[in-house]
Every structure is written in C-alpha cells, then in structure tokens.
Design a protein around this ligand. Structure first.
Ligand code: SAM
Length: 312
C-alpha cells in the first residue's frame, strides 16, 4: 500500500504547478535532447572506458586541483560509479509509474516520443513570441545568467507543449550568446536564434512590445502578431525601458491584463518566463484569467477583482 502511495505522490509531483518550480529551482535540462548526459561526462577528458582514473579534470591536472575542485572531482567520480545503477532504478520507477497511471486512468501528459514530434514547424499555433536580447550591456554577469536560465525554462515549457508557439530569440550576438554556449547542443534546440534585431526580422506593423508600463490590456492573442518580451533582469533598475523602446521605435505595446481580473498590491512586473508561460497557456486555450492564476506564484497576493468590488 505504501508503494502505491509513493507512486501517487510521484504522479502528483509530475503535476506540480510552475509556482513550485519557481520556488524550488531545479537544474534545467533540455527535455528532449539526450545529449545532456554527455555534457557532464565530457569533464573527464582523459577517462577511458576501463574506468581508469582520469589525469585531467576540467582541463586541470588532478594533482593541481584546488580543494574545491578536488571536492567536485570526487563527487563526479562517485557519480560515475553509481549512475548506471541509479538510472536503472529510475527507469524501473518510471515503468511502474506508467503502469499504475494506466491502471488508474491517470493522464501523465504526452510521452517523450510524442513530444519529440511536437515541433514549432508542425505546431498549429502560429503565434510568435520574441525574446529581445538587446539589453546584455545593461546587466551584470549574474543577471545575464538569470536571463539565460529563464530562457531555458521557456524552451522547456514550449517543448513540452502539444502546440508550441513560434519562439524567436533576437539580438543573439553578445554576452547572452557566450552564456548560452555553456549549454552543449543548444544550436539544435527548436528555437529560432537570430543575431539581428526583431525590426529586421518581422514587419513593424506585426510587432507588439510587452511591457507592464503600457495602458493597453491584451485581451486575446493573435496568430498574426509578434509579441516581444524584453530579455532583461534588472530588479527594477531600468523601469520603463521597454515601454520607452516601443515608443521610440514606433511599434505597438501592450500589457498582460492582470488588473482586469485581479487586485494586487504588488507591482505587476513579471519574469520573462512567467510572461512567456502565461502566453503559452493562453495560446493552448486557457483564458487569461486562468493562465494568470495558474502561472503567477501563490505568494503574489492576487485577489479576484469581483471579490474586491463586492466587499466594497
Ligand atoms: C523583468 S521584466 C523587465 C522590466 C524592465 N524594467 C522593463 O522595462 O520592461 C522582463 C520583461 O517581461 C515583460 N513583462 C513583465 N511584466 C509584464 C506585464 N505585466 N505585462 C506585459 N509584459 C510584462 C516585459 O516584456 C519585460 O521587458
């Protein structure tokens, strides 16, 4: 019985809200790309198949490693030893989870195989979202790293969607590109990476810059429009920058319709991945209200606007 309970918990875990993911950051791996494993294995540059101990770790002679690197190196050795066993256990667990779900009519969502086929090309959703990476020089490295992490989340969400949106990254040429290069094989991910500005990629009249400073509530998504999200993590240091950019470039702008549905004392600027996920859920058929409720962290104290009106 306790095993069944465990399986139940596992299934619940799989259905965790995005909120939980934000609260407890997890390592982001490409959900489809099987090359991830080889990324960490590459660290052992001279490890041969007979499990001989390597002579180099991350390009440094083992005898020259610092205390910290040595700790990492030992952890890697340990992992190398146990990973096969762990993987086998994981596979077994997954198998029983699937059997249990089948027997109990629980929908575990699309399989890996099905997801592989859900590419942007084959997607019926033609709504385009651009992440504008023209702000690299305004961010310290740590914040630049956060932008890339959020893009990885976006990619994961889009890849897991049965109807992925058309995802573009523009101005992909500076520090952000260098940061992204840390992720092996990223060039093969199902994302349109473009070094040009979005103005050089799409007709101007199709562009809508998303910004919390806009007064235009976006009430529905159009397959014919291109929605731009600013690739900026600035802790509010550059308040209104994206709004100003849209005005200067003479392109349309709009905000998520949060005040239409909710009352919140908190400021209404969201992270890049939250904005993307709200758009994705809406493009999949949810209402903006449901998408906002689903994606925004519970700790953002949002209340339905009707509750507020009725309580005076
Ligand atoms: C962390 S915010 C960056 C804030 C930045 N100070 C600015 O000028 O937009 C990242 C991006 O998410 C989008 N965004 C955040 N909150 C939004 C909202 N309430 N409505 C529409 N877009 C939003 C914007 O595109 C924004 O550039």
């Amino acid at each position: 019985m306790s095993e069944l309970n465990n399986l139940n918990l596992d299934i619940e875990e799989k259905k965790q809200t995005f909120d939980d993911v934000v609260e407890k950051p997890q390592e982001i791996v490409n959900p489809i790309d099987d090359t991830q494993e080889s990324v960490s294995e590459n660290k052992f540059e001279s490890l041969n198949t007979n499990e001989e101990k390597p002579t180099l770790f991350n390009g440094v002679e083992i005898s020259q490693l610092t205390k910290r690197q040595l700790k990492k190196y030992r952890r890697m050795l340990k992992w190398n030893k146990t990973k096969k066993e762990k993987r086998a256990k994981e596979r077994l667990k997954l198998k029983s989870k699937k059997i249990f779900a089948k027997e109990n009519n629980i929908d575990l969502g699309p399989s890996r195989k099905q997801l592989k086929m859900c590419t942007m090309d084959s997607s019926p959703c033609k709504t385009t979202v651009v992440i504008d990476l023209s702000f690299d020089d305004l961010m310290i490295d740590k914040d630049m790293g956060k932008v890339i992490k959020q893009i990885l989340r976006i990619y994961t969400e889009n890849r897991r969607s049965p109807t992925p949106m058309q995802l573009y990254i523009t101005n992909f040429n500076g520090k952000s590109k260098i940061e992204m290069e840390k992720h092996n094989g990223y060039e093969h991910w199902d994302i349109n990476f473009r070094s040009e500005n979005y103005l050089d990629v799409f007709p101007k009249e199709k562009l809508i810059y998303l910004t919390s400073e806009s007064d235009n509530d976006i009430m529905e998504l159009s397959q014919d429009k291109v929605y731009i999200i600013g690739g900026l993590v600035d802790h509010n240091a550059h308040k209104g920058l994206c709004y100003k950019t849209a005005i200067e470039q003479g392109i349309s702008h709009g905000r998520l319709p949060i005040t239409e549905y909710f009352y919140t004392k908190r400021r209404k600027v969201f992270t890049i991945n939250q904005v993307f996920e709200i758009l994705l859920r809406v493009s999949e058929g949810k209402s903006f209200k449901d998408a906002l409720e689903l994606v925004l962290p519970k700790r953002i104290n949002i209340q339905p606007a009707e509750t507020l009106k009725s309580s005076g």
